[in-house]
Design a protein around this ligand. Structure first.
Ligand code: SAM
Length: 392
């Protein structure tokens, strides 16, 4: 496919997404219909689509319309590429610009539009991040780096780097966590590499790994991953200490791949049904990696940025409070409760901690940390609370 034909494919896929289709489904649908497209074409089209979704507001302003054409036109203008070199109807590319599209683009009307944050969220976003608000929003406009976690049950950093390099995946250690690697070259080879398939490494953001390093894990502890999802943090915990480890999720289906992933990683994780939680408890540590806005990982899932509403954010906060209250009851006296989100918003982070501490007795804050997107990881928050041995 020519570069212009890839652009036209992205325009059509974006139009489907703007009409309500899910990004992955729209991309898969196009791939199925486009047998002529090679792997490089598919990767390039995917990059166009995800980049447009990350910069949806600012590119629509630059392109004069919130349509596939408008977004891709805005992308070219931001990259200082003359649109006529692509929008010329040659080689299955987009048709020529009409008169309106050819007009000088308008400047962003607000700060939020310029940095691609929904208008309703900007006051809260900027209050949460203070002087870092624009840098964070700007970082969220760009593609996320690819990070791997070295599985200490199977390997160490040096061995993993060497094994990956032998398969064309070039990595370097990432400062955020002892186990974290940043992929410099060959990211598309990871999933088929022997190093990945044999469990030497897992795909996991460096801050997600750093969160697990911040947990007070020791050999012999009984640990519950209360919001386990696909089990990324369960597996990272299993590699840090010899634990009696259990995973739970309100949507058990999300944990369906966990037994296979655990087997590949050489980890032992018991998957629990909600009704058996207290039967296996109390636990020395309960990790609540709570459902949240995902604002710290909008580089990876840019659709979430535009789908989130004020009402949904309030609902999420209520769920977070309920999770904290329920999970707290499962912690043994002297044990720990860890509250984690991949959000950068105070309403989901510090304010949840303050709210919990104000209405609960017998807890003390052992640590509170956050990781910032502009420092090269996803945005994460982690508070670890200790249950005092005697309520006071
Ligand atoms: C941020 S994701 C977890 C990601 C996972 N820990 C990982 O590292 O891959 C949050 C999870 O919380 C689950 N969840 C939502 N509401 C819940 C609740 N009330 N109790 C327990 N889990 C819940 C969701 O199904 C989702 O899988």
């Amino acid at each position: 496919m020519t570069p212009a034909a890839r652009l036209q494919a992205a325009i059509e896929i974006l139009d489907d997404i703007l009409d309500g289709d899910h990004a992955e489904r729209a991309l898969t649908g196009w791939s199925r219909r486009s047998r002529f497209a090679g792997s490089k074409d598919r990767a390039a089209v995917r990059d166009h689509v995800f980049s447009a979704l990350r910069c949806r507001r600012s590119h629509a302003a630059l392109g004069g319309a919130s349509t596939g054409r408008g977004l891709m036109l805005g992308a070219l203008r931001e990259a200082d590429i003359d649109p006529d070199t692509m929008f010329n109807g040659v080689g299955y590319g987009p048709s020529e610009l009409n008169e309106e599209e050819g007009l000088t683009p308008r400047a962003a009307a607000t700060d939020a539009e310029a940095v691609d944050i929904p208008e309703w969220l900007w006051p809260q976003f900027s209050a949460s991040l203070g002087d870092n608000a624009k840098a964070t929003a700007e970082a969220l406009r760009h593609r996320a780096p690819v990070h791997l976690r070295v599985n200490l049950l199977r390997s160490n950093t040096e061995q993993a780097i060497e094994a990956l390099a032998n398969e064309g995946v070039i990595c370097q250690p990432h400062a955020a966590a002892e186990t974290a690697l940043e992929v410099i070259e060959g990211a598309r080879r990871i999933r088929n590499s022997e190093a990945y398939l044999s469990g030497l490494v897992e795909l996991q953001d460096a801050a997600s790994q750093a969160v697990v390093e911040a947990l007070p894990l020791r050999d012999g502890m009984k640990v519950l991953d209360y919001c386990a999802g696909g089990g990324g943090k369960s597996l990272a915990m299993a590699a840090r200490a010899n634990l009696s480890l259990f995973a739970h999720d309100a949507a058990p289906r999300r944990m369906q791949d966990l037994p296979d992933r655990a087997h590949r990683a050489g980890a032992d994780v018991g998957v629990l049904k909600p009704e058996t939680l207290s039967e296996f408890g109390p636990y020395d540590l309960v990790l609540c990696d709570a459902p949240c806005s995902g604002s710290g990982s909008w580089r990876r899932s840019p659709e979430g940025k535009w789908l989130l509403s004020a009402e949904q954010l309030l609902e999420l906060q209520e769920t977070q409070q309920n999770i904290l209250n329920t999970a707290a009851d499962l912690v043994v006296a002297g044990g720990s409760l860890a509250y984690v989100t991949c959000s950068v918003l105070n309403s989901e982070n510090t304010e949840q901690l303050t709210g919990f501490m104000a209405q609960s007795s017998g807890w003390k804050v052992a640590s509170e940390q956050s990781w910032q997107v502009q420092n090269g990881t996803d945005g994460f928050y982690c508070a670890v609370l200790t249950r005092l041995a005697v309520d006071c």
